[in-house]
Design a protein around this ligand. Structure first.
Ligand code: TRP
Ligand code: SF4
Length: 331
């Protein structure tokens, strides 16, 4: 089948993936692999831009992230799966692009100021952190990606990437870089067990690696509409995280659950039991595949080595185009 273009996206190896990440990004990646030439990478250098002090978990996190991906359904036969730090061309391009990148483009990035405020406990008034959009631009441009599936929070970085591409093409009178487009799909938002945003720092996640037992227990611990005390109290599903989950996991049962909740015809415990079964049913195949992958660490190594080689081939082709366009291809 003729593919529709090149897609690239990355994820930081910051710990076990959870269902929020799955519905926010990975599910979409899995769907895209059939239609596009996909490159998906572990963004370990990106993780260093905000977490350069304690690096003790990175090695573990990288291999766990790969296991998460494979178990969830990323397919190395269809997509190129690789690790950013294995492809030194990302760094070379980052360096070359940094030469003509105006500082003002970096300072005005909304995420720059936001993160400085939010991550006060870390000292990220660093060159590496300021230059993070340049690194992301290099990740994307080094594969001449046409489309980048990203969340809304990453849109400003993609805009900088497009500006960087335009500037390069203009300065060196070339057409080395296509301008990558964002691929925004309606991201499904899954709240955490307590109704807040699902996040490791709130300790309210369901990890992709949780066993079906653990998943069921976690669902039973979810917080429901606080106004409901007795089963017969009319409930408001809109304020209930359990209902938000039902919408993703319970398909045809949803209208019935909604009406029973509103009329006070179903208790929250029964409602959660139904959900627990449905979530566990969805996650069991992922968990089973994980058990298989965990027995085959050598195969995972091979997959990554192969992904790295394919990525390196494409990246080094781009770097020769870049050096040629800049007229620095003397070596
Ligand atoms: N910046 C993204 C994040 O923090 C990860 C990332 C790095 C990325 N490089 C990318 C995403 C290139 C898309 C394309 O989640
Ligand atoms: Fe939430 Fe279900 Fe209870 Fe309604 S019945 S409040 S949807 S858990």
């Amino acid at each position: 089948m003729q593919k529709k273009g090149i897609i690239l996206s990355g994820m930081r190896p910051t710990g076990a993936m959870h269902l929020g990440n799955y519905f926010g990004a990975l599910e979409n990646w899995i769907r895209l692999q059939d239609e596009y030439d996909c490159y998906f990478f572990v963004a370990d250098w990106h993780a260093l831009t905000t977490g350069y002090e304690d690096t003790s978990e990175y090695k573990n996190n990288i291999s766990n992230l790969l296991v998460d991906w494979l178990s969830a359904g990323l397919d190395p036969q269809k997509s190129v799966l690789f690790v950013q730090s294995s492809i030194k061309e990302h760094a070379e391009l980052h360096l070359l692009l940094s030469m003509n990148l105006p500082l003002s483009w970096l300072y005005r990035c909304p995420t720059y100021k936001d993160q400085l405020k939010q991550l006060k406990e870390k000292n990220i008034t660093t060159y590496g952190f300021l230059g993070y959009p340049c690194l992301m631009a290099s990740d994307i441009l080094v594969y001449k990606a046409d489309f980048v599936p990203v969340g809304e929070d990453q849109l400003p970085h993609l805009e900088v990437t497009r500006e960087i591409a335009r500037r390069f093409n203009f300065l060196y009178k070339s057409d080395v870089f296509p301008e990558p487009q964002p691929l925004l799909t309606e991201a499904k938002v899954l709240p955490g067990l307590d109704g807040r945003k699902m996040s490791k720092s709130y300790n309210n996640t369901i990890a992709l690696s949780d066993s079906p037992d653990v998943v069921q227990k976690k669902v039973m611990s979810m917080i429901t509409d606080p106004a409901r005390i007795h089963k017969t109290d009319p409930g408001n599903p809109e304020v209930c995280a359990v209902y938000a989950y039902h919408k993703l996991f319970s398909e045809d049962e949803v209208p019935e659950i909604e009406s029973m909740c509103r009329k006070g015809e179903i208790g929250c415990v029964a409602c959660k039991k139904k959900l627990a079964q449905n979530v566990a049913k969805f996650m069991t195949p992922i968990w089973e595949r994980r058990q298989e992958w965990l027995k085959r660490p050598d195969d995972i190594r091979d997959i990554i080595n192969e992904g790295n080689s394919k990525a390196r081939e494409a990246a080094s082709r781009t770097l020769s185009d870049v050096r040629k366009a800049m007229n620095i291809d003397w070596i």
